[in-house]
Write a new protein. Sequence first.
Length: 227
Amino acid sequence: MIEELLPDSVVAVDMRGDDEIEEAPLYPEEEALIARAVAKRRREFSAVRACARRAMDKLGVPAQPIVSGERGAPRWPAGLVGSMTHCEGYCGAALARATDLASLGIDAEPHAPLPDGVLDSVSLPQERRRLGELAAARPRVHGDRLLFSAKESVYKAWFPLTRRWLDFGEADIEIVPEPGGDPSGGFRATLLVPGPLVNGRRVGVFDGRWAVRHGLVTTSVTVPHLP
């Protein structure tokens, strides 16, 4: 599912459905991270790493451990950039060579409204206003959940470039649906704090894609190398 949102330079592997998402073998370094985790957490943790290792194989990179670094961000093998995501009934990983992209982020969420009160804490007033416009154009799309997922993808692309936290209110996201009735489109995140340096140039916006499929909303952000 996530593959349709990414450029050809990115390899994506995902699993959908609880029957497919089963606990997979782990390296000792990974096992140490979830030694006390409950069964559900172990299944998600191992399955998403199985996706990532299949993506490594497609890129010709030997399978290896994926441990968590600062703020839980995955530590990718040298020469790779990537992102992982999982939610109920879905997990996926996307990888690219660092020579092809500066960074990327993906996220998947159940396509359902956010819990009461969450939208106000993760969005800006102008974003909530634009969600009203999106609702008029795409009434079947849960725009609040889409906005949350887009912000997650933005953060996942941001952090490897900056090693700094990005608050929900520090990126202003404008969602643009595709013409016609398909529940998909693009979005642009305008960073409200100094952006990362890519090839010595400051990046002020991140561009992304989104789609609603099979009861899920998926989003992606790719940060290209600047000339």
